[in-house]
Design a protein around this ligand. Structure first.
Ligand code: ADP
Ligand code: ASP
Ligand code: MG
Length: 460
């Protein structure tokens, strides 16, 4: 059995949904299909939500109209209006009611935020399901909220893996009795009280990985809009090479340090069950894509560069009221209390630089830090990471890395915390130039035919 996850662009048009059908029914195996919301829909729902939060009812209604129109046309083009239009109307009605209650001065609840955000996946999964049925695929539909269980941290809920596994296996047993293909939405789940939750932007990859782990699938396929995992974001650099193989550690680190192609939590469940993860291009299904699995090829080369934009650097200098131990402890306690993850850290005895990626509680955090230290904050920075098994213990890599950036002001460095990662912080204005220089230096003349492939006009 295989779990196949299709991202937003992969289900973005009628033509793409037809391609999905071909991929899903390619051979006789049992398949769980996890779909994202149709391209741009979640962004539109976020906009609707923000408009409601600002009481901009007219703009919220415009968002609703756009969502309706796009899905109405998609359903019509796929020829499944009779079976699906009622469902579209139902979802639109739910959203209309929420807009109406905000218009009547009733505040949005946190749960209602997730009811709004979940509409994209509710619609896309129903549409793909109805289309597969109309094409005589033996398909059944599962409402993800019945099987993926989370806490009640609305909009960014934590999946309870064991509880979910129990529900998933009960449900799958039944559903596979009468069908070969199961369709469900990614990203959406429910809490203990059965209320709709969502698991964070880009979370459909993680939903699929949870499904693969719980059902002991043979493989997890992530179908997206690029040829696999590349040596650098291909939208940023046309010379990106496709990576044929990555270890779990490399893929996890790349995802965590900004390569949007995989949600950072995706690799965890796959490692647990040792399931290979394959990243493939829905637009070009014959390409082999990237295989992520337990790897014993300790190649000691940089496999990819990733970046993370809009990072905030905080420099904290102790006023020496506390000893070094108490100082570090107090600092991290504050970030923990405000649920703000720290990404990179560099320390000396009395000072500390660190990066965070959200300014959500920044004011409070600074206020607390200033009780025992001097604090400076720098916005508009970026993290650049080089990822590759064994690179940190390979002589020469660091000197080439820093050598090529000799004219760039590097604000922070982290080597050694992870086996597979060298990271630096630069000003956002230096990001693209730095990535270009680094990619040129490490990939222009690289020949590792078992690991990389240069893409020539989509062949191979
Ligand atoms: P989906 O909707 O299929 O989940 P995403 O937009 O979330 O797709 O992720 C795919 C995008 O990730 C690509 O279009 C690409 O621009 C971006 N990306 C960033 N870094 C990389 C990388 N190293 N390799 C491939 N894609 C990357
Ligand atoms: N639709 C959600 C998002 O855009 C989840 C996903 O696509 O993975 O964030
Ligand atoms: Mg994604």
């Amino acid at each position: 059995m295989t779990v196949k996850k299709f991202g937003g662009t992969s289900v973005g048009t009628a033509e793409m949904i037809k391609k999905v059908k071909e991929i899903v029914s390619f051979n006789d195996e049992k398949v769980i299909v996890v779909v994202s919301a149709v391209a741009k829909t979640t962004n539109r729902l976020v906009s609707l939500l923000e408009n409601l939060e600002h009481n901009d009812i007219i703009f919220a209604n415009n968002d609703l109209k756009t969502i309706y129109k796009y899905h109405f046309e998609l359903i019509s083009e796929l020829g499944i209006k009779d079976d699906t239009i009622e469902y579209l109307d139902k979802i639109i009605h739910v959203l209309k009611n929420i807009i109406e209650s905000v218009n009547n001065k009733i505040d949005l609840t946190n749960n209602q935020k997730d009811v709004i955000l979940s509409c994209g996946e509710l619609l896309s999964s129903k549409i793909v399901y109805q289309y597969l049925l109309s094409e005589n695929v033996k398909a059944s539909f599962i409402d993800s909220r019945e099987i993926i269980k989370t806490d009640s941290e609305f909009t960014n809920a934590e999946v309870n893996l064991e509880q979910s596994k129990y529900h998933i296996n009960n449900k799958l047993k039944d559903s596979f009795k009468s069908s070969d293909v199961i369709i469900m939405g990614g990203f959406i789940a429910s809490d203990e009280k059965g209320r709709t939750t969502t698991i964070g932007r880009g979370g459909s990859d993680f939903s699929a990985s949870v499904m693969a782990w719980a059902s002991e699938a043979e493989k997890l396929e992530i179908w997206t809009d690029v040829d696999g995992i590349m040596s650098i974001d291909p939208k940023l650099n046309k010379n990106a090479l496709r990576i044929l193989q990555l270890s779990y550690d490399e893929a996890a680190e790349l995802a965590y340090f900004g390569a949007k192609v995989l949600h950072p939590k995706t690799i965890g469940p796959a490692i647990k069950a040792k399931i290979p993860v394959i990243v493939k291009n829905t637009f070009n299904p014959n390409l082999k894509g990237t295989w992520i699995q337990d790897s014993d090829t300790n190649t000691k080369i940089i496999k990819a560069f990733s970046y993370w934009d809009d990072i905030i650097v905080i420099n904290i200098k102790s006023n020496r009221m506390l000893g070094a131990h108490g100082f570090l402890n107090n600092v991290f306690e504050i970030f923990k209390n405000y649920k703000t993850p720290v990404d990179l850290i560099a320390t000396s005895e009395v000072s500390l630089s660190l990066t965070i990626d959200s300014d959500k509680n920044l004011g409070y955090i600074i206020g607390e830090l200033e009780k025992f230290s001097n604090v400076t904050v720098h916005t508009n920075h970026s993290i650049i990471s080089a990822i590759g098994d064994g690179i940190k213990e390979t002589a020469g890599i660091a000197s080439r890395f820093f050598g090529v950036l000799k004219d760039v002001n590097i604000k922070m460095v982290s080597i050694g915390a992870s086996e597979v990662n060298i990271s630096i912080v630069v000003h956002q204005g230096d990001l693209e130039r730095s990535l270009d220089l680094l990619h040129k230096e490490f990939f222009d003349n690289l020949e590792y035919p078992n690991i990389f492939e240069r893409i020539e006009n989509g062949k191979n």
